[in-house]
Design a protein around this ligand. Structure first.
Ligand SMILES: NC(=O)c1ccc[n+]([C@@H]2O[C@H](COP(=O)([O-])OP(=O)(O)OC[C@H]3O[C@@H](n4cnc5c(N)ncnc54)[C@H](O)[C@@H]3O)[C@@H](O)[C@H]2O)c1
Length: 314
């Protein structure tokens, strides 16, 4: 029997799995970093979502930790190198929310194409502005997908159903793979020039931080609309805000920000930029799947068995 500290809300079905395996599930929400440091002492497992920063100090405080589980895709908030140096396995749930993220990308594509949030705000403020909010169709338009991995491919499939043409930029896949979603693989600069809409589905890495900046935005059609449901920081926020304000591009719809909560982002309050507070994975289905997957992975790690979704080796 081992103690697993859970610092954020995880689907009950996942926690029950750990309880059924005989572990003590210690749910402690809303702790400060100091309180968390104390609570992690003696725990063999730590389960987080994205708000808990699993940094070197927290890992050092958790001297009995065997595994850290991130209930979601990616491990941006975990210091994986430090975990590895302390023999702590880091696991995530890479497939749990891909459908939700793809669907949110489609929601944002449509929302900005048809000015849904702006029109809603106007009408609820008692303004009936039919001509102000004329939109554009998706059908027949070119969608540039940057990062044609799991989520990018799901978005491409859905966009095809809307009658869009797909071009993609992804240096790590072949044209053969891209052809499965009828995508033409092209260079980033060409994608910027040809696309009517762009959607980003990249991991945040040193290579991708600031990838979309003023130089690239200057290549775009003035009618371009960009969607980012991947990670903040991949688009330079100041450059994007400036491009939309100047009419270099028509608009953007952004779910993820450089700093979150993003209450001071330059993207807020710009006409033509639609924002949501990192809702890509916020569906009942994705949270249920992430909770169950992470509990299964943590349980395997605690038993010393092979863990398919580990991101490091100890
Ligand atoms: N907003 C949300 O709530 C939410 C939810 C789920 C996932 N995400 C994020 O979505 C992103 C994509 O996730 P995924 O599961 O599709 O990842 P993935 O690893 O399946 O796909 C990423 C793709 O990007 C490609 N790539 C890497 N470097 C590139 C570059 N420089 N230029 C172009 N392509 C490049 C890779 O080859 C890969 O095909 C991740 O950052 C993930 O954290 C966000």
């Amino acid at each position: 029997m081992k103690r697993v500290l859970v610092s954020e809300t995880i689907a009950e079905a996942g926690l029950n799995l750990l309880r059924a395996a005989g572990h003590v599930v210690d749910v402690r929400l809303g702790l400060s970093p100091d309180e968390l440091g104390e609570a992690v002492g003696g725990a063999a497992g730590l389960i987080v979502r994205s708000a808990t920063k699993v940094d070197a100090a927290l890992l050092n405080a958790g001297s009995d930790l065997i595994v850290v589980g991130r209930a979601g895709v990616g491990v941006d908030n975990v210091d994986v190198a430090h975990a590895t140096s302390r023999n702590v396995l880091v696991v995530n749930a890479p497939l749990s929310n891909v459908t939700s993220a793809a669907e949110h990308s489609m929601a944002l594509l449509l929302a900005q194409a048809r000015n849904v949030p702006q029109a809603h705000a106007a009408l609820t403020a008692r303004r009936w502005e039919r001509s102000a909010w004329q939109g554009v169709e998706l059908a027949g338009k070119t969608l540039g997908v940057i990062g044609l991995g799991r989520i990018g491919s799901l978005v491409a499939e859905r966009a095809l159903a809307f009658g869009m043409k797909i071009v993609a930029h992804d240096p790590y896949i072949s044209q053969e793979v891209a052809s499965r979603v009828h995508a033409e693989l092209i260079a980033l600069e060409e994608l910027m020039r040809r696309s009517d809409f762009i959607t980003l589905h990249l991991l945040k890495t040193p290579e991708t931080i600031g990838l979309i900046n003023a130089d690239l935005l200057a290549l775009a059609k003035p009618s371009l609309r960009i969607v980012n449901v991947s990670r903040g920081g991949i688009i330079d926020e100041a450059d994007l805000a400036a491009a939309v304000r100047a009419g270099t591009i028509a608009g953007a719809a952004i779910d993820v920000f450089d700093v979150e909560p993003a209450l001071d982002s330059p993207l807020l309050g710009v006409d033509g930029i639609v924002v949501t507070p990192h809702l890509g994975a916020s569906t009942a289905e994705a949270q249920q799947a992430a909770g169950i997957t992470i509990a299964e992975q943590v349980q395997l790690a605690l038993n010393g068995e092979a863990v398919p979704f580990a991101v490091n080796q100890t």
